[in-house]
Ligand binder design. Structure first.
Ligand code: T1G
Length: 690
């Protein structure tokens, strides 16, 4: 038969077992034998029912994403589902793990679906810049209704077996041996006899469709799409399921899919799918990871509290240490408040909140960290303070405990060298709020032991973080590139651009917000403190801070925030301040184009990324993309700065960088040699391995 599929008989029930590790993706080498098996069983009179089940950890998790962009090899999924629906005897999909994308569409080709209690079902194609291309947008509404189908397909979020059962997507949910339950379910159907109605001919979910409500929901989702095409296509295809007969709706779905699969946006989002998995792979063969049972966090401020929550949310007990009882109580109270907000929003139950709070042990005594396997310091961003903390850890941390610093730009090699155990020292650069932001830059110091590194990379995945291993330099990857991106901000303002204009260019590009609105959100005083620590100035931002204009938290920054509103309102006072500074410097205002703003912000960003690759601070260009998409909101439809450089054209970027370098003399515009390699070869040379 096939290495990827086998057929067993249990009386009159044929059990088709798919076995294509790791996730039973519908690769061509599976589709071919699957099609043959379905035709054979359809025509075999001794077969009374067909059950499709999967070996391994999950039901089919989708089409094989590696096949996209290549010529389609028949049979494709649509042909398989059509053959499945031509079977008149009962067909049952037995779902465990995650039935996603083409996997759920395969299951929708069956008359019935049963699932085990832990199963999840979803159509996440939108996250790849696609829409379900195997009939999902036309069949799912027929079972669960158009509105629920719309929300599932545009969000891409899976639902539980219980929710799927309640919605009519799944016909039964079982505990225990799913295959046996599925076979008995199928046998009972066969005993009762058909005919069995294929999903394509069912309309129970479509009968009461409120088209106005559907259109309203679709319009709301479109507003949130931020320039992405796939969510719009998904909504249109679900609407077609309501307004068109099945076959024309299916044909329209196919046309939309073909358009999306060839688009730059989908290529960008598929790039990110694999890049995220690559980033977690480090060259640490045969390394035994250390056991992590208990976490210590030093500092219960914004970062320390968020980091402690991130570990508690991941199920780890946390000892949270502060210098005083008052500071500790303040930190614990903030944590409690954060969980209460989640409960109010409905994203956390009261019980879960209690469970998470029970994970915390507060202390003001370093000795209480003695049983911790990983200790993360999140104290004031000052080298002397960090070294003092590590000095104390020398005395209490047990052998083999990993000692991590949350510094956002200090030299971790210097911190490690101040201890007697540099092999245990690593950087864990969380992004604020640490309990929410997915990105975790794992900073490998020169003497970080391979097993320590492998341990924290694995731990990051366990607490739901997207880990990228980076090397030591000022600002590592993200913040170093952020400095390059912002290096011209003040010059652009002084030369005539307004904060609103620059921010608008960024949001038009697809960023959630521009740099000035972001600065007001984060607090301008943070950058002000960093600049002062480094002896740097930014005349406009410094002046705003001197006036106490820190941003949203003070009601004004680059923008005004009236009556506690979070909506930025341009402030004539700020524009007057900018003009006054420009006049003092003899800079006459001029019209500045959107293209110029892109060239003086995003091109230096890419150029710094190229330098980071050359220095081996990042191992792959795709790692840099993962940092920027998960840590700074780089639009997923553009794949990250390094992927986007390929779309924009490295040659064009070099030419414009050279122009601005010649005009300003600034190093940030001096094209990195690797950028030239990219222009010549079309791909980024991997930098040294971190
Ligand atoms: N195709 C190819 N490879 C895949 C894959 C897929 N669909 N899903 C996972 N992999 C690889 C992954 O790269 C990794 O490889 C390994 O499997 C383990 O994955 C026609 C068009 C199922 C929840 O979007 O969400 O169907 O790094 O590390 O954390 O309408 O994988 O080991 O070499 O993620 O346990 C729709 C994508 C496709 C689901 C498991 N389906 N996958 O998570 O393991 S488009 C998806 C996932 C489609 C149809 C449309 C997750 C998972 P390597 P992993 P995991």
């Amino acid at each position: 038969m096939s290495d990827f599929l086998r057929i067993n008989r249990d009386g009159g029930v044929a059990i088709v077992t798919i076995d294509n590790p790791p996730v039973n993706a519908l690769s061509f080498h599976l589709r071919e034998p699957l099609m043959q098996a379905l035709v054979e069983l359809r025509d075999d009179a001794s077969v009374a029912a067909v059950v499709i089940v999967c070996a391994g950890r999950t039901f089919v998790a989708g089409a094989d994403i590696t096949e996209f962009g290549k010529p389609v090899q028949q049979p494709d999924l649509r042909a398989i589902v059509a053959t499945l629906e031509s079977i008149t005897k009962s067909t049952v999909a037995a779902i465990h793990g995650t039935a996603l994308g083409g996997g759920l569409e395969l299951a929708l080709g069956c008359h019935f679906r049963v699932a085990d209690t832990g199963a999840k079902l979803g159509l996440p194609e939108v996250k790849l810049g696609l829409l379900p291309g195997g009939g999902g947008t036309v069949r799912l509404p027929r079972l669960v209704g158009a509105l629920k189908a719309l929300k599932m397909i545009v969000s891409g979020a899976p639902i539980s077996a219980t929710e799927a059962h309640a919605a009519g997507l799944v016909d039964a949910v079982f505990e225990g041996d799913l295959t046996t339950h599925a076979v008995n379910f199928a046998r009972e159907l066969a005993r009762k006899g058909g005919p069995f109605t294929p999903v394509r001919d069912r309309d129970d979910g479509l009968k009461e469709t409120d088209l106005a409500a559907l259109d309203a929901e679709a319009a709301d989702l479109a507003r949130k799409a931020r320039g992405l095409d796939a969510p719009i296509a998904c909504a249109l295809s679900v609407r077609n399921a309501v307004t068109l007969p099945f076959d024309p709706a299916l044909a329209a779905e196919r046309a939309l899919f073909v358009k999306l699969v060839g688009s730059d946006q989908s290529r960008a989002q598929r790039h990110l799918f694999f890049a995220e998995r690559e980033a977690a792979k480090i060259s640490a063969k045969d390394v035994v990871k250390r056991r992590i049972a208990r976490i210590g966090v030093i500092g219960a401020g914004t970062m320390g509290g968020g980091i402690a929550m991130a570990f508690a949310n991941g199920g780890y007990p946390v000892t949270l240490l502060e210098t005083s009882h008052e500071a500790l109580q303040r930190g614990l109270a903030t944590i409690d408040k954060n969980y209460s907000v989640s409960v109010t929003r409905g994203s956390l139950t009261e019980d879960a909140k209690r469970q998470r709070l029970a994970q915390f042990t507060g202390s003001t005594d370093y000795a209480d960290l003695a049983d911790c396997d990983l200790i993360v310091e999140a104290v004031f961003e000052d080298m002397a303070v960090k070294k003092e903390v590590f000095g104390k850890l020398e005395a209490v941390a047990k052998p083999g405990a990993i000692l991590a610093t949350n510094t956002s730009y200090l030299d971790i090699d210097e911190i490690a060298a101040s201890t007697s155990r540099p092999q245990d020292v690593v950087g864990l650069h969380f992004f604020s709020p640490a309990n929410v932001m997915k990105l975790l830059e794992i900073v490998r110091a020169q003497r970080t032991a391979p097993d320590a590194l492998a341990t924290v990379v694995d731990l990051a995945r366990r607490i739901g973080k997207v880990a990228v291993v980076v090397g030591v330099c000022h600002g590592f990857v993200g913040n170093r590139m952020l400095a390059a991106r912002g290096s011209e901000s003040e010059a652009l303002l002084l030369e005539g651009a307004t904060p609103r204009q620059i921010d608008q260019v960024f949001t038009d590009f697809g960023w959630p917000m521009g740099p000035f609105q972001m600065g007001d959100l984060a607090g301008l005083d943070i950058g002000w403190r960093n600049r002062k620590a480094q002896g740097l100035t930014a005349v406009i931002a410094d002046t705003l801070c001197e006036q106490g204009r820190f941003g949203q938290k003070t009601g004004k920054g680059f923008y005004l925030y009236e009556n506690g509103s979070r909506t930025p309102v341009p402030d004539p006072q700020v524009e007057a301040l900018i003009r006054a500074e420009a006049d003092e410097k003899g800079i006459a205002p001029r019209a500045i184009s959107a293209e110029e703003i892109i060239e003086r912000t995003l091109y230096p960003l890419i150029n710094e990324g190229a330098k980071i690759l050359e220095e081996g601070i990042a191992a792959r260009a795709s790692d840099i993309d993962i940092v920027w998409v998960n840590g700074y909101g780089f639009p997923v439809g553009k794949g990250g700065p390094m992927f986007w450089a390929g779309l924009e054209g490295a040659g064009k970027i070099i030419e414009r960088l050279e122009y601005w370098h010649q005009r300003t003399g600034k190093d940030v515009f001096k094209p990195a040699p690797l950028l030239k390699t990219m222009a010549e070869t079309g791909s980024w040379e991997a930098g040294a391995t971190v």
